[in-house]
Design a protein. Structure first.
Length: 156
């Protein structure tokens, strides 16, 4: 299983190995979820200031957050689905705050890499349509996240 993953580190603080590990954990999650091979996703690592701008602009929340996902398959009002036989499935974008990941790793007492993996898988599951707006949805999504991360080897 191989997705086409475009990783961009706007903070220029992550190592190549950390970025590769995030690609591997997302590919692992994709395999567990039977996502079509060669589907596309982008992961951008940003500062708190940048994620706050995005959060303010798209979610009307003027504060930094840890991860934001933009699913390309969710149709807005008046939008039409575009389907092509030879086109890859474009899942969307995951944006992760590196400073928030560092802060949360310390707070939860696990590695920075585990926190990055958690945020990447969390964002990826949002791209696949999972959510946590109700207690039932939250239980399903968070159990799935934990199972994926544990099986992959990024345990708390």
């Amino acid at each position: 299983m191989t997705l086409l993953i475009d990783c961009i580190d706007e903070t220029e603080t992550l190592t190549e190995e950390q970025m590769l590990e995030i690609e591997r954990v997302i590919n692992f999650a994709a395999k567990k979820q039977d996502v079509e091979e060669h589907s596309e996703v982008s992961v951008t690592f940003v500062s708190n200031e940048r994620i706050q701008e995005i959060n303010r602009e798209y979610r009307d929340k003027d504060k930094p957050t840890d991860v934001i996902s933009f699913a390309m398959e969710e149709l807005g009002e008046g939008e039409m689905e575009f389907v092509g036989a030879d086109m890859p499935r474009v899942l969307g974008d995951i944006i992760i705050s590196v400073p928030k990941a560092i802060e949360q790793a310390e707070e939860y007492g696990h590695s920075f890499l585990r926190e990055l993996g958690f945020l990447a898988v969390h964002g990826f599951l949002h791209l696949l349509g999972y959510d946590h707006m109700t207690a039932e949805e939250e239980k399903e999504m968070f159990t799935l996240q934990k199972d994926i991360l544990d099986e992959y080897g990024l345990k708390r």
